[in-house]
Design a protein around this ligand. Structure first.
Ligand SMILES: [Zn+2]
Length: 96
């Protein structure tokens, strides 16, 4: 969830046949954290991808990549796509 995700998604966004991408949002994890342990919030995966860092409680993970300029370019983040990239094609560009 970092540089490789960004470059892979950018390669897809560059294709004119691709109208939209759907990608991971990140779900609450774990659902029942042990006392004194951290819980990843809903949206953690998208935050990390978009911002290059994620803060949960007092802990921060920083990829050092900074904010991603393409973060909202035709990408929707949701829980349904936590386990796959969904590529929507522009039907007008497909061979008839
Ligand atoms: Zn999908």
């Amino acid at each position: 969830m970092g540089d490789r995700s960004r470059s892979g998604l950018e390669a897809l966004l560059a294709l004119t046949d691709v109208s939209r991408l759907y990608y991971a949002e990140g779900s609450l994890y774990p659902e029942q954290p042990a006392p004194g342990t951290l819980q990843l919030p809903v949206g953690w995966a998208a935050d990390l991808l978009k911002n290059g860092k994620l803060t949960v409680g007092t802990k921060t993970v920083d990829t050092g990549k900074g904010t991603w300029s393409k973060a909202t370019a035709r990408i929707t983040y949701n829980a349904e796509h936590n386990n796959h990239i969904h590529i929507a094609l522009d039907i007008t560009k497909l061979p008839k």
